[in-house]
Ligand binder design. Structure first.
Ligand code: F6R
Length: 234
């Protein structure tokens, strides 16, 4: 893992942006995207650029089960608002959380990933070390699947919803093995709330109890932190 630490989320985001731009200039074909608050400024910078991405496909990590793409809390909606409506991507894929047959939807999504191998995967991490919605305990062999969100993840994400009861209990997520297939991974983590998970990801042995620790096994993972997220590193 290549760990880069910056004074502020702003500087960290600029470093991430430079990497993304370099890969786009070098002809990246498929980029894996995350939602949540961490990459918001990165997407703001990307959408302000006048760049042609008509040769680039995007694949998102996850989507809540039960939310229509038109639901403002859905990740489909988030991606449209934050990035897609401003940019001319060739194709954009996000799991369908309201598919009639969710198991088939997982298979369909895994097929999409096979047809569009990810060159660069952007990741955030949960305070419990989740990546995508792969909660602690998820097998490293997992592919796209339906997952039950832990109480701590529902708690962490309730800030986006009116009431805690509105936070979905399930999600479709790329699995850990799907994520690890990316040629390069760019993980961003900011703020003190992530510091303990960051420490476990980097300083502790690889374990399913901290899914992000699997990135120690990736041959090309860049971890971009602000100093608060890095504050517990040894
Ligand atoms: C989102 C995702 C999640 C988030 C993580 C951090 O698509 O896969 O793993 O990256 O929950 O969320 P924020 O950035 O809101 O702290």
């Amino acid at each position: 893992m290549n760990v880069l630490i910056f004074d502020s989320p702003k500087e960290a985001t600029e470093a991430a942006f430079d990497i993304v731009m370099k890969r786009l200039e070098a002809g990246l074909k498929t980029i894996g995207l995350a939602t949540g608050s961490t990459p918001l400024k990165l997407y703001e910078k990307l959408r302000s650029m006048d760049i042609d991405v008509s040769h680039v496909t995007t694949v998102n990590l996850d989507e809540y089960v039960g939310l229509e793409p038109s639901d403002p809390q859905s990740y489909n909606y988030y991606m449209n608002e934050e990035l897609f409506k401003y940019m001319n991507f060739s194709a954009t894929y996000i799991p369908n959380g309201v598919a009639e047959d969710l198991e088939k939807e997982c298979e369909r999504y895994e097929e999409i990933l096979k047809n569009h191998p990810v060159d660069l995967q952007i990741l955030g991490m949960g305070p419990n070390g989740h990546i995508g919605f792969n909660e602690p305990g998820t097998s490293f062999d997992s592919v796209t699947h339906i997952t039950e969100l832990t109480p701590s993840t529902r708690e962490a994400n309730k800030r986006f919803f009116e009431k805690e009861e509105d936070v979905p209990t399930k999600a479709i997520t790329m699995g850990i093995s799907s994520i690890m297939s990316a040629k390069e991974v760019l993980m961003l983590a900011f703020g003190e709330a992530k510091a303990e998970a960051v420490r476990r990801m980097i300083d502790e042995p690889v374990t399913v109890d901290c899914p992000a620790s699997v990135l120690q096994n990736h041959s090309n993972a860049v971890i971009i932190l602000d100093k608060e997220a890095a504050s517990k590193l040894g």
